[in-house]
Design a protein around this ligand. Sequence first.
Ligand code: OSB
Ligand code: MG
Length: 423
Amino acid sequence: MSAADGAPADDARHGNGDNHADDADNSTDNSTDHRPDNSTDHRRHIGDGLPHIEVTGVDLVRVEMPLVRPFTTSFGRQTVREALLVRVRTATSTGWGECVTPAAPVYSEEFTDGAALVLRDHLVPALLGQGHRLSAGAVGPRLAHLRGHPMAKAALEVAVLDAQLRAAGTALAQHLGAVRERVPAGVSVGIPDGGIEELVHQVAGYLDEGYLRIKVKVQPGFDVAPLTRLREVFGDALPLQVDANAAYHAGDAAHLAALDGLDELGLELLEQPFGAARLRDHALHAPAWHTPICLDESIHDAADAADAITMGACQVVNIKLGRVGGLSESLAIRDVCRAQGVPVWCGGMLETGVGRAANVALAACAGFDLPADTSASNRYWAQDLTEPFHLEDGHLTVPTGPGIGRTPRSEALEDAEVERLLG
Ligand code: OSB
Ligand code: MG
């Protein structure tokens, strides 16, 4: 049995911008309640059918990864990613998960030093305090009383699942019930140091490589002009979308004017213009725009997705397994969105090959119908931690090896700082 058994039939309508519940079973009168239905709750299914593991050790492995070019968003400029990996050891297999926290709490409250501390002092002790024998489906429930820290929890869930899958010789994508062997890849382009003409140059390079859509980071002061220029140079057919990372304020007339200007540019979607907690601002402004609103930072779980859809705050959802606490919650969000005909796609957090492998398996699942922010390894790193992911004909190939299908190279781990939490 795959973990996706019990998902709705593949007849959900996608991308029609219609938020009404007219394809749901409306035998009851609560047809506007889009809250998750427990019968399709993947939090109970992840890891089902796989052998439980007996954990003998858990390590945190920190690796410094210089980016091939700086990555600037409305929340800051990044040149290095401090990757934090979780390694779960058993007598017979090793499982890997990547904690996608940035070094500072700029995207959400989570940051790498905080994640390492909460893993060491709270999450790992709570996970193993009820016994060292476990399955990935137990990770969420055992940690549910500890608030927040979804990225740290997700890394543990994936590492446990990876150890189980490797013990069973099963690929993650197969376990999730994936429907694709390769996933269409987009690329997320930061705000360049060199301004608009450097942006044009970078986009031209990514298009030459074959990326299927371009996402551009925007912020007040870098929005309508650069996007207008991209339309001039590359034409109206280029699949183009923007991500504001919550940088606009609904009370600021100049900000609203800029968003109205972006709305004229035929964008695929506008990602997270307002703050994470500002669902109502999104719902108030979305009806006036042609461009579908996609939420990223605002969506922490399936109930948030249901609320946002019900309110009309979004027409598309970006799913990041770190942001939502793991693969189980990612699939639960997918189910809520699918039942309402809301397309989802797999976002990214500048992952190394470890996190990318999990993202690519998730992006291969039904309902993930838009190109993912899963770019090739060389878009981020001169040398990835794992065997690299390549772009072939605009797609990344879904790993078929056991578990996540990628393992950190031993040379890459040689200089890594390792904190041994157990064993
Ligand atoms: O908002 O999607 C985002 C990277 C770090 C933090 C937030 C975001 C991003 C990206 C990069 O857009 C996506 C990628 O991994 O390529
Ligand atoms: Mg985003």
